[in-house]
Design a binder for this molecule. Structure first.
Ligand SMILES: *[C@@H]1O[C@H](CO)[C@@H](O)[C@H](O)[C@H]1NC(C)=O
Ligand SMILES: *[C@@H]1O[C@H](CO)[C@@H](O)[C@H](O)[C@H]1NC(C)=O
Ligand SMILES: *[C@@H]1O[C@H](CO)[C@@H](O)[C@H](O)[C@H]1NC(C)=O
Ligand SMILES: *[C@@H]1O[C@H](CO)[C@@H](O)[C@H](O)[C@H]1NC(C)=O
Ligand SMILES: *[C@@H]1O[C@H](CO)[C@@H](O)[C@H](O)[C@H]1NC(C)=O
Ligand SMILES: *[C@@H]1O[C@H](CO)[C@@H](O)[C@H](O)[C@H]1NC(C)=O
Ligand SMILES: *[C@@H]1O[C@H](CO)[C@@H](O)[C@H](O)[C@H]1NC(C)=O
Ligand SMILES: *[C@@H]1O[C@H](CO)[C@@H](O)[C@H](O)[C@H]1NC(C)=O
Ligand SMILES: *[C@@H]1O[C@H](CO)[C@@H](O)[C@H](O)[C@H]1NC(C)=O
Ligand SMILES: *[C@@H]1O[C@H](CO)[C@@H](O)[C@H](O)[C@H]1NC(C)=O
Ligand SMILES: *[C@@H]1O[C@H](CO)[C@@H](O)[C@H](O)[C@H]1NC(C)=O
Ligand SMILES: *[C@@H]1O[C@H](CO)[C@@H](O)[C@H](O)[C@H]1NC(C)=O
Length: 351
């Protein structure tokens, strides 16, 4: 009885082994059909990339731009960016049910992203940057793609609101939606996405205030909300960042301030520049130009030792230029034009 059971067990293992080795299981066939469907939806391929590299006489895992799992032979990465491919995205692509990374950026794909793509449970990285795609981000994106880490839809024609449910993607580290036609408010729930390192929402039609909840984004390195129609006191959220940080995490604030890039230019923001910006000592770029900012440039800005680029032009800043700015030895670009500043002779350039 026991030996018969063992024999059966062995047979099952041998069967599994053979079917894996043959690499022609129904799921690998599905993967091939999904990719061939994509190939068939490309109407113009100026470098003949697909014709040359996606040849049905070679296994899918050998195709350029395709990476498979060594054991299962399932497609895990599809990277066909920068090929100027014209065409549309077929829903069959959603059958690549082991895909973790999908990069179709820098092509000329049009139409919408089929809803099947937004149900590929294993996806972590998705970038459609610089195409001609349209449509909306589905509100349930994070229940379908719970492992999403990196989403870029920038430089397309997407519209509608930015779903507040994006904060349900608990692994999200990069969110780039700039240069589209997104409208409505910046969802305050994004302040819950505390793993975010990069947040680009610039060049859309967003309105309202910068949510205070963003003060909780302590991993943030780059943030751009430039070129929208954001209003209100510019640095409510930053001031809150500092008071909250001091309240919540009694470590040195310097450890929290990872921000390297802050772009809020071309909005309708008001208020004074708070001296606390001088504590964001990792900043390399500070672009606040073309708003309605008032008051003086705080001398604490002279502490921004890493700063390479500072745009404060086209505001209503007043007073003299603090001589401490002369301490910014890495500064390459300083734009102050179209303000109401005086006393330029205060500035000593040290380098
Ligand atoms: C897999 O299937 C294809 C056609 O479906 C066939 O041409 C190929 O020879 C098969 N490969 C193996 C290793 O069985
Ligand atoms: C596909 O590969 C086969 C064998 O490697 C080759 O003979 C054939 O020309 C290739 N087809 C294309 C379209 O490149
Ligand atoms: C596919 O790639 C594998 C490993 O890189 C290689 O051994 C094999 O010869 C390739 N098959 C074809 C048909 O090119
Ligand atoms: C894609 O198009 C751009 C602009 O027309 C061109 O500069 C680039 O070389 C093209 N790339 C390829 C791979 O054809
Ligand atoms: C996803 O993108 C990140 C950042 O670009 C990269 O480090 C990571 O290896 C990618 N993961 C996959 C599965 O491609
Ligand atoms: C978001 O997460 C919350 C709490 O985990 C859950 O109740 C809600 O249904 C989720 N919403 C979506 C659209 O995923
Ligand atoms: C997001 O944070 C708010 C407070 O800012 C909280 O009320 C809400 O439950 C959080 N939502 C999720 C999905 O974590
Ligand atoms: C920041 O996060 C903490 C802990 O989750 C929460 O209690 C607090 O309300 C959040 N602050 C804001 C402004 O959302
Ligand atoms: C902010 O910078 C000032 C110097 O401008 C310093 O005295 C202060 O301790 C810093 N605050 C924090 C919380 O790091
Ligand atoms: C800027 O905001 C003010 C209110 O703070 C509003 O009256 C004005 O219309 C806004 N300007 C634009 C261009 O939206
Ligand atoms: C910054 O500049 C001021 C005035 O120019 C100078 O007195 C001070 O020593 C400088 N501080 C540092 C840290 O270089
Ligand atoms: C510029 O500043 C001066 C005083 O420094 C003030 O009298 C004047 O009204 C300001 N101009 C504007 C346009 O705000």
């Amino acid at each position: 009885m026991m030996s018969r059971f063992l024999l059966l067990h062995c047979l099952i293992i041998i069967f599994l082994f053979i079917s894996a080795a043959a690499a022609n299981t129904s799921s690998t066939i599905t993967d091939r059909e999904a990719l061939l469907a994509l190939k068939a939806h490309i109407t113009h391929d100026p470098t003949n990339f697909l014709a040359k590299n996606w040849n049905t006489s070679t296994p899918v895992c050998n195709w350029t731009g395709v990476t498979c799992d060594v054991h299962s032979h399932r497609v895990t990465v599809l990277n066909i960016s920068s090929l100027n491919l014209t065409g549309t995205i077929p829903s069959q692509l959603g059958n690549l049910s082991s895909l973790q990374s999908l990069n179709l950026s820098f092509n000329r794909l049009s139409g919408s992203i089929p809803s099947a793509i937004f149900t590929m449970y294993t996806l972590k990285n998705v970038t459609f940057r610089e195409n001609q795609l349209s449509g909306q981000i589905p509100a349930n994106i994070c229940s379908s793609l719970p492992f999403l880490e990196f989403l870029s839809l920038s430089q397309n024609m997407f519209h509608g609101g930015i779903p507040s449910t994006l904060s349900n993607c608990t692994y999200l580290r990069i969110l780039s939606l700039s240069y589209n036609d997104f409208s409505g408010a910046v969802p305050r729930e994004i302040g819950n996405s505390t793993k975010l390192k990069i947040l680009y929402l610039g060049r859309n039609r967003l309105q309202g205030e910068i949510p205070r909840e963003f003060c909780n984004l302590t991993e943030l390195e780059h943030m751009s909300l430039a070129g929208n129609n954001l209003q209100g006191m510019i640095f409510n959220f930053l001031l809150f960042y500092f008071s909250y940080a001091c309240f919540c995490i009694p470590q040195e604030l310097g450890n929290l301030a990872k921000l390297e890039m802050l772009q809020l230019f071309q909005n309708n923001l008001t208020g004074a520049l708070p001296k606390e910006i001088g504590n964001l000592t990792k900043l390399k770029e500070l672009s606040l130009n073309h708003n309605r900012l008032q008051g003086e440039i705080p001398r604490e800005f002279g502490n921004l030792a890493e700063l390479e680029l500072m745009w404060l032009s086209e505001n209503n800043l007043q007073g003299g230029i603090p001589r401490e700015l002369g301490n910014l030895t890495k500064l390459e670009i300083l734009h102050l034009w179209k303000n109401n500043l005086t006393g330029y002779s205060n500035l000593y350039i040290n380098n």
